[in-house]
Design a protein around this ligand. Structure first.
Ligand SMILES: [Zn+2]
Length: 167
């Protein structure tokens, strides 16, 4: 396992000209490193902006900067469930100090309810619409493999077993 970074001291919220704000790493990191430990601040009764989905109908607000991390269609981080019932942010690739930390919102949301605007990630494989796991191409799902919320895999499995079931 990689280095465990302190959320408060290793990540910084910074302005991005023309794009609002983003969360940046204050140090170099390597693929496999835990960039941030997710801690639940509040359990919500429904989905809302900045919410993190941790189950089919479970939404929470995470502490610190975790809820402020921008989406990218080609992110440098994925997520893994932790013992606190939230997700840790895990680096998918090596990164440099001052690099923006991103993950794909499809890794924690089956469908995306709160992003009607077009994606601004600017990567070569941008999907334009910020879609959820349900709408992610199969090859992309395979690439993310171990870095998605387990309940998404579980929902897929149930749909495959009972394809006529309602959403
Ligand atoms: Zn994009």
């Amino acid at each position: 396992m990689g280095t465990l970074y302190d959320m408060q001291h290793r990540l910084e919220l910074r302005d991005i000209p023309g794009k609002g704000q983003g969360v940046f790493s204050a140090r170099d990191f390597k693929a496999g490193d835990t960039i941030s430990v997710g801690v639940i601040k509040k359990i919500l009764s429904k989905n809302e902006r900045n919410a993190t989905q941790i189950g089919e109908k479970k939404f929470v607000l995470l502490a610190g900067l975790m809820s402020r991390i921008n989406h990218s269609c080609d992110p440098n981080c994925g997520i893994k469930p932790n013992l606190l019932g939230a997700y840790d942010l895990i680096a998918l690739k090596n990164g440099k100090r001052d690099e923006e930390v991103t993950f794909d919102y499809a890794l924690q949301n089956y469908v995306i309810d709160y992003f009607t605007e077009k994606c601004a990630c600017g990567t070569a494989i941008c999907r334009e619409d910020i879609t959820g796991w349900r709408d992610l191409p199969l090859e992309r799902r395979k690439e993310y493999a171990d870095f998605v919320a387990p309940y998404l895999i579980e929902m897929d499995r149930r749909k495959t077993e009972r394809p006529v079931e309602n959403e």
